[in-house]
Design a protein around this ligand. Structure first.
Ligand SMILES: CC(C)(COP(=O)(O)OP(=O)(O)OC[C@H]1O[C@@H](n2cnc3c(N)ncnc32)[C@H](O)[C@@H]1OP(=O)(O)O)[C@@H](O)C(=O)NCCC(=O)NCCS
Length: 164
């Protein structure tokens, strides 16, 4: 498998929806919650998000989209959202590539990248912690599932110093 990372546009909405639904089914089964936001998000909502100018990336194996990630930016904070990898290629490093891509290509003003995941999703929490995220808080989501918020402070490159 030869994976490349590229930007996503509204034209990718159908493929993004397919991957997202397939990926999040395992989370739905874990929590017995079939109305998780990533499973009920409509095609129009996905299309709108992909067209709003916030960073969104796909992982491609040739022409096939095998993973996707989107974001929401609020001031100096960026939420990583809907990280999804096609079930048949999970565990092969694609999620890590997507997480790195979106964390490294943030708008200039972003200082903190954050996300949340289910408190019982031990594998996801380990995955984010191994990428440098730390737990900061817990909350109940819209469907009553206990979630953990994790965040990472970005080390922005300093402006180049010219020595004369
Ligand atoms: C979570 C997810 C995006 C990870 O993507 P992935 O491509 O499977 O992950 P990677 O192969 O890049 O994993 C990187 C590392 O994390 C580990 N890891 C990732 N997901 C894991 C899981 N669920 N359980 C245990 N370990 C996991 C991998 O074993 C790997 O460890 P290593 O580097 O020591 O070998 C993917 O499994 C997915 O789409 N899950 C369903 C949707 C979901 O839960 N999204 C996140 C919601 S916050």
């Amino acid at each position: 498998m030869s994976v490349h990372i590229g930007g996503l546009t509204p034209e990718h909405a159908g493929e993004v929806m397919t991957i997202q639904r397939a990926a999040y089914l395992q989370e739905a089964r874990r929590y017995g919650a079939w109305d998780l936001p990533p499973l009920v998000e409509t095609l129009d909502e996905i299309r709108g998000h992909l067209g709003d100018g916030t960073p969104a990336f796909g992982a491609f194996d040739g022409a096939r989209l095998i993973g996707s990630v989107r974001s929401r930016v609020d001031g100096d904070r960026m939420e990583v959202a809907r990280l999804s990898v096609a079930p048949d290629v999970q565990g092969g490093g694609v999620g890590r590539l997507l997480l790195r891509a979106i964390s490294e290509r943030t708008p200039e003003k972003v200082q903190v990248v954050w996300l949340f995941t289910g408190a019982e999703s031990d594998g996801n929490i380990r995955f984010y912690e191994s990428a440098g995220f730390v737990r900061v808080s817990e909350h109940l989501d819209a469907v009553g599932i206990k979630c953990v918020t994790l965040e990472q402070k970005l080390r922005k490159r300093c402006p180049e110093v010219v020595v004369r």
